[in-house]
Design a protein around this ligand. Structure first.
Ligand SMILES: [Zn+2]
Length: 201
Protein backbone atom coordinates (compact mmCIF):
# COMPACT_ATOMS: atom_id res chain seq x y z
CA UNK A 1 0.00 0.00 0.00
CA UNK A 2 1.23 3.48 -0.81
CA UNK A 3 1.51 5.99 2.03
CA UNK A 4 -0.98 8.87 1.89
CA UNK A 5 0.64 12.10 3.10
CA UNK A 6 -1.63 14.77 4.53
CA UNK A 7 -1.25 18.42 3.41
CA UNK A 8 -4.48 19.93 4.78
CA UNK A 9 -7.75 18.50 6.16
CA UNK A 10 -8.96 18.03 2.60
CA UNK A 11 -5.79 17.62 0.54
CA UNK A 12 -3.25 14.80 0.65
CA UNK A 13 -0.98 13.00 -1.80
CA UNK A 14 1.00 9.87 -2.60
CA UNK A 15 4.65 10.60 -3.28
CA UNK A 16 6.22 9.94 -6.67
CA UNK A 17 8.64 7.05 -7.08
CA UNK A 18 11.54 6.54 -9.50
CA UNK A 19 11.44 2.76 -9.75
CA UNK A 20 8.93 2.12 -11.14
CA UNK A 21 8.53 5.66 -12.46
CA UNK A 22 5.26 6.86 -10.96
CA UNK A 23 4.09 10.47 -10.56
CA UNK A 24 2.81 12.16 -7.40
CA UNK A 25 -0.90 11.53 -6.95
CA UNK A 26 -3.01 14.30 -5.43
CA UNK A 27 -6.05 13.33 -3.35
CA UNK A 28 -8.73 15.91 -2.57
CA UNK A 29 -11.63 15.00 -0.35
CA UNK A 30 -14.88 16.61 -1.39
CA UNK A 31 -18.22 16.06 0.35
CA UNK A 32 -19.45 13.72 -2.38
CA UNK A 33 -16.32 12.64 -4.26
CA UNK A 34 -12.63 12.00 -3.90
CA UNK A 35 -10.79 13.93 -6.63
CA UNK A 36 -7.45 12.44 -7.57
CA UNK A 37 -4.93 14.35 -9.60
CA UNK A 38 -3.27 11.66 -11.73
CA UNK A 39 -3.34 7.98 -10.75
CA UNK A 40 0.37 7.11 -11.02
CA UNK A 41 1.82 3.86 -12.36
CA UNK A 42 3.05 2.06 -9.23
CA UNK A 43 0.78 -0.86 -8.40
CA UNK A 44 0.56 0.16 -4.73
CA UNK A 45 -1.31 3.36 -5.67
CA UNK A 46 -4.66 1.86 -6.78
CA UNK A 47 -4.66 -0.39 -3.71
CA UNK A 48 -4.55 2.71 -1.50
CA UNK A 49 -7.03 4.69 -3.60
CA UNK A 50 -9.59 1.89 -3.86
CA UNK A 51 -9.63 1.55 -0.07
CA UNK A 52 -11.10 5.06 0.22
CA UNK A 53 -14.83 4.56 0.58
CA UNK A 54 -16.15 7.38 -1.59
CA UNK A 55 -16.80 7.58 -5.35
CA UNK A 56 -13.68 8.87 -7.09
CA UNK A 57 -13.14 11.28 -9.96
CA UNK A 58 -9.69 11.48 -11.56
CA UNK A 59 -8.11 14.48 -13.25
CA UNK A 60 -5.27 13.34 -15.51
CA UNK A 61 -2.51 15.94 -15.95
CA UNK A 62 -1.17 14.55 -19.25
CA UNK A 63 -0.75 11.37 -21.25
CA UNK A 64 2.59 10.09 -19.93
CA UNK A 65 2.33 6.55 -18.46
CA UNK A 66 3.79 7.50 -15.06
CA UNK A 67 0.74 9.77 -14.60
CA UNK A 68 -2.08 7.70 -16.08
CA UNK A 69 -0.73 4.11 -16.09
CA UNK A 70 -3.11 3.00 -13.33
CA UNK A 71 -6.23 4.35 -15.01
CA UNK A 72 -7.75 0.88 -15.49
CA UNK A 73 -6.92 -0.18 -11.93
CA UNK A 74 -8.67 2.57 -9.98
CA UNK A 75 -12.45 2.40 -9.55
CA UNK A 76 -13.51 5.70 -11.06
CA UNK A 77 -16.76 7.58 -11.41
CA UNK A 78 -15.50 10.15 -13.94
CA UNK A 79 -12.24 11.18 -15.62
CA UNK A 80 -11.26 14.69 -16.70
CA UNK A 81 -8.41 15.12 -19.17
CA UNK A 82 -7.06 17.13 -22.09
CA UNK A 83 -8.00 16.31 -25.70
CA UNK A 84 -4.56 14.85 -26.42
CA UNK A 85 -4.70 12.65 -23.31
CA UNK A 86 -8.14 11.43 -24.42
CA UNK A 87 -6.45 9.83 -27.45
CA UNK A 88 -4.54 7.55 -25.07
CA UNK A 89 -7.27 6.95 -22.48
CA UNK A 90 -10.22 6.60 -24.90
CA UNK A 91 -12.56 7.69 -22.14
CA UNK A 92 -13.39 10.65 -19.95
CA UNK A 93 -14.51 14.27 -20.29
CA UNK A 94 -12.27 16.62 -22.26
CA UNK A 95 -11.24 19.78 -20.41
CA UNK A 96 -11.31 22.38 -23.19
CA UNK A 97 -12.06 25.29 -20.87
CA UNK A 98 -12.10 26.08 -17.15
CA UNK A 99 -14.33 23.72 -15.12
CA UNK A 100 -15.58 24.66 -11.65
CA UNK A 101 -17.13 22.23 -9.17
CA UNK A 102 -18.40 22.88 -5.67
CA UNK A 103 -18.02 19.65 -3.72
CA UNK A 104 -17.74 21.14 -0.23
CA UNK A 105 -14.38 22.35 -1.54
CA UNK A 106 -14.13 24.45 -4.68
CA UNK A 107 -12.41 22.51 -7.45
CA UNK A 108 -11.05 24.35 -10.50
CA UNK A 109 -9.81 22.24 -13.43
CA UNK A 110 -8.15 24.08 -16.30
CA UNK A 111 -6.26 23.51 -19.57
CA UNK A 112 -2.58 24.31 -19.06
CA UNK A 113 -0.39 25.11 -22.09
CA UNK A 114 2.83 23.12 -21.66
CA UNK A 115 6.03 22.48 -23.59
CA UNK A 116 6.38 19.16 -21.76
CA UNK A 117 3.11 17.61 -22.93
CA UNK A 118 0.32 18.70 -25.23
CA UNK A 119 -3.10 18.64 -23.58
CA UNK A 120 -1.90 19.22 -20.03
CA UNK A 121 -4.48 20.00 -17.37
CA UNK A 122 -4.11 21.51 -13.87
CA UNK A 123 -6.32 21.40 -10.78
CA UNK A 124 -6.63 24.25 -8.26
CA UNK A 125 -8.13 23.96 -4.78
CA UNK A 126 -7.86 27.13 -2.68
CA UNK A 127 -4.19 27.85 -2.01
CA UNK A 128 -2.98 24.78 -3.87
CA UNK A 129 -2.59 24.12 -7.59
CA UNK A 130 -1.55 20.71 -8.92
CA UNK A 131 0.41 21.24 -12.14
CA UNK A 132 1.78 17.77 -12.91
CA UNK A 133 4.81 18.02 -15.23
CA UNK A 134 3.43 21.03 -17.13
CA UNK A 135 6.20 23.43 -16.07
CA UNK A 136 8.93 21.11 -17.34
CA UNK A 137 10.71 21.35 -20.67
CA UNK A 138 10.70 18.89 -23.53
CA UNK A 139 13.39 17.25 -25.70
CA UNK A 140 13.94 18.17 -29.32
CA UNK A 141 16.81 16.88 -31.44
CA UNK A 142 18.33 15.50 -28.25
CA UNK A 143 18.29 18.89 -26.54
CA UNK A 144 16.16 20.28 -23.72
CA UNK A 145 13.94 23.15 -24.73
CA UNK A 146 10.73 25.12 -24.21
CA UNK A 147 8.38 26.26 -26.95
CA UNK A 148 8.52 30.06 -26.53
CA UNK A 149 4.91 30.89 -27.42
CA UNK A 150 3.55 27.97 -25.37
CA UNK A 151 5.66 29.07 -22.39
CA UNK A 152 4.26 32.60 -22.69
CA UNK A 153 0.69 31.23 -22.65
CA UNK A 154 1.54 28.95 -19.73
CA UNK A 155 2.89 31.83 -17.63
CA UNK A 156 -0.29 33.83 -18.36
CA UNK A 157 -2.53 30.95 -17.21
CA UNK A 158 -0.46 30.40 -14.04
CA UNK A 159 -0.57 34.12 -13.20
CA UNK A 160 -4.38 34.05 -13.28
CA UNK A 161 -4.51 31.35 -10.60
CA UNK A 162 -5.08 32.48 -7.04
CA UNK A 163 -3.20 29.51 -5.51
CA UNK A 164 -0.11 30.49 -3.53
CA UNK A 165 1.47 27.07 -3.75
CA UNK A 166 2.21 25.03 -6.86
CA UNK A 167 2.52 21.25 -6.65
CA UNK A 168 5.12 20.06 -9.12
CA UNK A 169 5.24 16.34 -9.84
CA UNK A 170 8.56 14.49 -9.35
CA UNK A 171 10.05 17.59 -7.66
CA UNK A 172 11.90 16.68 -4.46
CA UNK A 173 10.05 19.53 -2.70
CA UNK A 174 6.70 18.88 -4.49
CA UNK A 175 4.96 21.86 -2.81
CA UNK A 176 6.61 25.08 -3.94
CA UNK A 177 5.85 28.81 -3.69
CA UNK A 178 4.01 30.13 -6.70
CA UNK A 179 6.40 33.09 -7.02
CA UNK A 180 9.42 30.80 -7.18
CA UNK A 181 7.99 28.79 -10.09
CA UNK A 182 6.82 31.90 -11.95
CA UNK A 183 10.23 33.53 -11.51
CA UNK A 184 11.96 30.43 -12.93
CA UNK A 185 9.65 30.31 -15.95
CA UNK A 186 9.96 34.04 -16.62
CA UNK A 187 13.73 33.77 -16.39
CA UNK A 188 13.64 31.04 -19.06
CA UNK A 189 11.24 33.07 -21.22
CA UNK A 190 13.55 36.10 -20.99
CA UNK A 191 16.28 34.04 -22.69
CA UNK A 192 14.29 33.53 -25.88
CA UNK A 193 15.63 34.56 -29.24
CA UNK A 194 12.74 36.36 -31.01
CA UNK A 195 13.81 34.70 -34.28
CA UNK A 196 13.48 31.17 -32.86
CA UNK A 197 10.41 29.18 -31.83
CA UNK A 198 12.30 27.29 -29.16
CA UNK A 199 14.25 28.33 -26.09
CA UNK A 200 17.19 25.93 -25.73
CA UNK A 201 18.22 25.17 -22.17
ZN1 LIG B 1 5.43 13.83 -18.12
Amino acid sequence: MAEIIKITDRISYIKATDNPLSADVGIVEGDEFIWTFDVGADESVPISLNKIQKPKNAVISHFHPDHMGNLEHVNLNEIYLGANTFKYANRGIIVGEDFFFDDGVKIHIFPLPSSHAKGSVGMEIGDYAFLGDATYATMKQGRICYNASVLKEEIAVLKKLSAKLFLISHDEKFIRPREEILAELEEIYSKRNPKESFIWI
